[in-house]
Design a binder for this molecule. Structure first.
Ligand SMILES: Cc1ncc(COP(=O)(O)O)c(C=O)c1O
Length: 1028
């Protein structure tokens, strides 16, 4: 993919490298350096700058990003009995793995300072045409993000730095907000169960297709789609259909006779209808009911891709018996951002509640019987059932779902109706002018909500009208074909915009709109919904800014985020998401860009993307990168699709076996299954290393059919396995490709790389390693890196130009060409502020922090694999596993420790992955020595409580009752019998008296919630009932 320049750098990057270097102040790559310098001496230079060099400003980033100071690092190294960081690292990482090649990033050697970075990003951002009026539509619309939500949610680390709410007691705020989101979706679509977001509309449509396919056990291989589905959605569906051998057939949903013919063979699993359609038209309720009946008669499922804004006026799809409704909630306040991130929604009928992909927030009660929220149906991954998986969705779009939910909380049902009625009225006024004698244009859709598809007069071609719209009225329309355009009116359209459009399409340019806009035009009765919706208190209370601010603040205070304390979740890399990195994402230059704006208007994004791709290639040792996948698991699917397409191109379609170690993350086998690969497990040895003998035996056994191996490195057990290169060789020798899961890339930066190790493809979680915040469950970016033989197969896009796409590119894996583009400036800034010298310190300190914790905890807890007799190393990588299984017999469970940590103000480490009964700890490089020591103190103190429990001392019950809410302390009447004091419950260590995070509920009852599934806001009656 892409032409390679003589320097070995793909040509597409050369221009952007030049531009950046011309602009930058301190691009001085050290030519003579042969290995990366990770000595403390170099760290100090980076930290303090060269005091003799006055040109170097002092707001360097490394000292802000790395937690421990050089002095603390020295102290930690002495605890570990090392004198320097470089000797420590060369002892931790096996010799054949350590590379330490000096990096040549597209950035100053010591990195940009924070202020330089903002200036640089601002210059890049200004290359985007962000002042143009985008009426392109097709799933992306202008919207007004209410400033109170922008500042207090989107720009607020309390919201954006939290993790997926797996620990519900310290996540009640965002769980409530996500429940609001689900309620909005169920109310507007009319279906009773909704999830808490998917990745985007295209991938949600893919989930609907697969759900339809699997519910009929894969027996019906044809899937119908409305010919008027958005183009990008069709492309994603194709990508998903191929590995399952699903045949997609486009149909005209108005031609019921044609559809009956399609159904005659009884091989159709369902249909996807776009409502309103991509051309703006709206199918009649009558027709849709008949269509639905035809599909249901054949046991198929009816899925509807819809638009929430339209649904505030339009009959909900439940009225024509849809089984699944999906779409994007972008236009509820979320900036277009060149295509993402936006939260997709997905709702289903009750009978599909156990099949819905993604996470569902549900209502349950806590130990004291108080209402509490948590992820329902163990949706920690209910659908990811290894190779039986029907979906691999893990990280979704929680932050964006929260924005959309707050948009509705702020506007309320009447506010939403006002917005949509205004949109409809403006569209209708414009339509009236276009259909009048004063215009030579003709509207092709007979009805509409916000979109008009317009046939041009014979003497005009599309490029001419697009040009005129842009040059004269600063407006972008959508090119349908050579003599058709379309436009979509949105919340941001002003009277002036409307006048411009009328002038563009009508001959008479003296338009007086005053009389037209002085009244609203009624939405057609036959299309209009008549029910009342969103009557719950939460949508009818917070409509002034003071109330709204307080509501959001109330919720944020219930959530523990990185703004409170370390979140040491193994495999999640919860590091600093620096403010400087975050600032640009709300700049209009990045936020107000439509993904289908012409290439010439988005030079800033292309420069950013090309330069980021270059740096990621440099760091990973790959030849090209695709930023399209919008989460890690999506990256896995994309990487495997690229790989299987390559095999097909080589005439190797018979290769369909994917070897996966038993220790793998659940998404690995799920993604392999979704790519039509057969999963064969590989054993791990008792010491945690991959069983190379088993790998070799299986690779040889399946020599003829081996497609790939999927390995995480360092392993999910947090170990640098010395055998990794042998494992890779074994697979290559047997004709397979190597997929490396890059979730643990934070242990590789500048020290080794997947490319160096020999991987062919790897996904990176930019939302872990490269500083994009987790957002309480998304957004993510699951970029994939590939070696040159796979380059031609990287995902393409049907509408947006990807410079390096080829005729072999696979179809899109998600709706927009560069996935969650709006968050890319974060990773861009992260890398470029660290620079060549800073990047290797990230991983070095992450590894040091983890090993320091091991050293301090190993006398109190068994550290899995490192305490074993036949251990492969004395050191962990960037994370390690505390083994609590020995306490199980004494009835102390890992979950008790996880919950008790909340009383100490900490988020629990990863519970039960990759080994049940354990906690996996990943401190990251951003935590300083004080925080690490506080965590150690908490764990040691808990160890004492475990001992109390095991001894039968009633004090130990503190573990079983954890966490303790303030209400428990103040109101519970059983304190005399508990065996421990209130003070011990709340303040087991002195620091807590200064800084205490209070869980607002006590331990939640998962079983109760699953048995009494409730995943929308309670109605007024239910609230009243529960208060009695
Ligand atoms: C090892 C590993 N692989 C893949 C994933 C999936 O990534 P995502 O949640 O971004 O889809 C994770 C997520 O935690 C992971 O830990």
């Amino acid at each position: 993919m892409g032409m390679i320049a003589r320097t070995g750098i793909p040509l597409k990057w050369v221009s952007s490298i030049k531009t950046l270097q011309q602009r930058s102040f301190h691009v001085n790559v050290i030519v003579n350096q042969t290995v990366a310098d990770i000595t403390i001496k170099n760290l100090k230079t980076n930290y303090n700058g060269n005091k003799k060099d006055l040109s170097r400003e002092l707001d360097g980033f490394l000292k802000r990003h790395i937690g421990p100071s050089p002095t603390d690092i020295q102290r930690m190294l002495s605890t570990l009995k090392y004198d320097d960081l470089s000797t420590f690292i060369s002892n931790v990482i096996p010799k054949n793995v350590l590379q330490m090649k000096p990096l040549k990033l597209n950035a100053p050697d010591l990195g940009y300072t924070e202020q330089e970075m903002l200036k640089e990003l601002n210059k890049i951002a200004n290359l985007n045409n962000f002042k143009v009026k985008n009426l392109i539509g097709k799933g992306y619309y202008g919207t007004i993000l209410p400033p109170v939500i922008q500042r207090n949610l989107l720009e607020n680390p309390q919201w954006y730095t939290s993790y997926t709410p797996y620990q519900p007691e310290i996540s009640q705020g965002r769980l409530e907000s996500l429940l609001n989101f689900q309620t909005i979706i169920t109310e507007l679509t009319g279906l009773p169960i909704a999830n808490a977001s998917l990745l985007d509309e295209g991938t949600a449509a893919g989930e609907a297709m697969l759900l339809s396919f699997h519910q009929l056990k894969g027996k019906k291989k044809v899937y119908l789609i409305d010919s008027k589905v958005h183009k990008q959605t069709k492309s994603v569906l194709k990508t998903r259909a191929i590995p399952m051998n699903i045949e997609i057939k486009e149909v005209d949903t108005n031609n019921l006779t044609g559809i009956k013919e399609q159904l005659a063979e009884d091989n159709v699993s369902g249909i996807l209808i776009q409502y309103p359609a991509t051309d703006g038209s709206i199918n009649s309720l009558d027709n849709l009911k008949q269509l639905s009946q035809l599909i249901h008669d054949k046991k198929g499922l009816v899925s509807v891709a819809s638009d929430l804004m339209a649904l505030t006026l339009l009959n909900p799809p439940s009225q024509f018996n849809a089984d699944i409704v999906l779409g994007s909630s972008q236009r509820f306040g979320v900036p277009m951002g060149f295509g993402g991130p936006h939260a997709a929604f997905f709702s289903v009928t009750t009978k599909l509640s156990r099949r819905i992909p993604g996470r569902i927030v549900g209502v349950t009660k806590d130990r004291l019987g108080k209402q509490a929220y948590r992820l329902a149906l163990q949706t920690r991954e209910q659908h990811i059932k290894r190779d039986k998986a029907t979906s691999n969705i893990c990280t979704a779009q929680a932050l964006l779902a929260n924005i959309a939910a707050m948009f509705v909380v702020y506007h309320g049902p009447q506010g939403l109706r006002n917005i949509s009625e205004r949109i409809y009225a403006m569209t209708s006024i414009l339509a009236k002018f276009i259909n009048s004698e004063a215009s030579d244009f003709k509207i092709l859709n007979g009805n509409w909500f916000d979109t008009l598809t317009i046939k041009l007069p014979d003497n005009l071609n599309t490029n001419e009208i697009l040009d005129k719209a842009l040059k004269t009225y600063n407006t972008n329309l959508y090119k349908v074909d050579n003599n058709t355009v379309s436009l979509s009116v949105d919340e941001t359209v002003t009277q002036e915009n409307l006048e411009n459009l009328i002038k563009l399409f009508a001959k008479d340019s003296n338009v007086d709109l005053k009389s037209e806009t002085s009244q609203f035009i009624e939405f057609p009765t036959e299309l209009k919904r008549t029910d009342n919706y969103l009557n719950q208190d939460v949508f009818n209370t917070y409509h002034n800014e003071t109330a709204m601010l307080r509501y959001m603040t109330r919720l944020q205070m219930r959530d523990l985020s990185l703004a409170n304390s370390m979140i040491p979740l193994g495999s999640c890399t919860m590091k600093l998401n620096a403010t400087t990195e975050m600032i640009p994402i709300t700049w209009p230059q990045f936020a107000n860009i439509h993904p289908f704006q012409p290439r010439s208007q988005v030079n800033g994004y292309y420069e950013l993307i090309n330069s980021l791709e270059h740096d990621l290639c440099e760091i990973t040792g790959f030849d090209d990168i695709s930023l399209q996948p919008n989460a890690g698991a999506q990256g896995e699917f994309s990487g495997l699709r690229v790989l299987t397409s390559y095999l097909k191109d080589q005439g190797q379609t018979h290769r369909n076996i994917c070897l996966i170690p038993v220790s793998a993350h659940g998404t690995n086998p799920a993604s392999a299954a979704m790519c039509g690969l057969k999963v064969v497990p590989i054993a791990c040895l008792k010491n945690g290393s991959l069983d190379l003998a088993d790998l070799k035996a299986k690779a040889e056994q399946y020599n003829d059919s081996l497609a790939a191996v999927m390995i995480t490195y360092p392993s999910t057990y947090g170990l640098y396995e010395p055998g990794i290169k042998d494992a890779i060789d074994i697979v290559h020798e047997n004709g397979g490709q190597v997929y490396l899961d890059g979730a643990n890339m934070n242990a590789q930066l500048g020290l080794t790389s997947p490319g160096f190790l020999g991987a062919d493809v790897c996904h990176l979680n930019l939302h872990k390693t490269f500083a994009i915040p987790h957002g309480g469950g998304g957004p993510g970016v699951g970029a994939i890196g590939v070696k040159s033989h796979l380059q031609p197969f990287l995902p393409g896009h049907d509408i947006t130009k990807i410079d390096s796409a080829s005729d072999k590119s696979i179809d899109a894996v998600c709706s927009s060409a560069f996935g969650n583009s709006l968050v890319l400036p974060i990773s861009f800034a992260f890398i470029k502020m660290l620079g060549n010298q800073g990047v290797p310190f990230v991983s070095s300190i992450a590894i040091l922090n983890a090993n320091y914790l091991v050293q301090r905890l190993k006398d109190h807890y068994k550290i899995l694999f490192i305490s074993e007799e036949d251990k492969i190393s004395d050191h962990c990588a960037h994370e390690f596993i505390i083994d609590l299984r020995e306490f199980k017999e004494q009835h102390v469970e890992a979950i008790d420790i996880a919950k008790r940590l909340q009383d100490y103000g900490f988020h629990a480490p990863t519970l039960a992955f990759p080994v049940p009964g354990t906690l996996m700890v990943e401190p990251t490089e951003s935590e300083d020595l004080n925080e690490l020591n506080r965590f150690v103190d908490a764990m040691i103190s808990i160890r004492g409580e475990i001992d109390d429990f095991v001894k039968g001392d009633p004090k130990g019950m503190v573990l079983k009752n954890a966490p303790h809410s303030l209400e428990d302390l103040l109101v519970s009447e059983d304190w005399d019998t508990r065996g421990y004091t209130r003070e011990h419950a709340a303040y087991p260590l002195p620091f807590l008296k200064q800084n205490k995070f209070w869980p607002v509920v006590t331990r939640v009852d998962d079983r109760y919630g699953d048995m009494n599934l409730m995943c929308t806001c309670p109605s007024v009656e239910e609230v009243a009932g529960s208060q009695k």
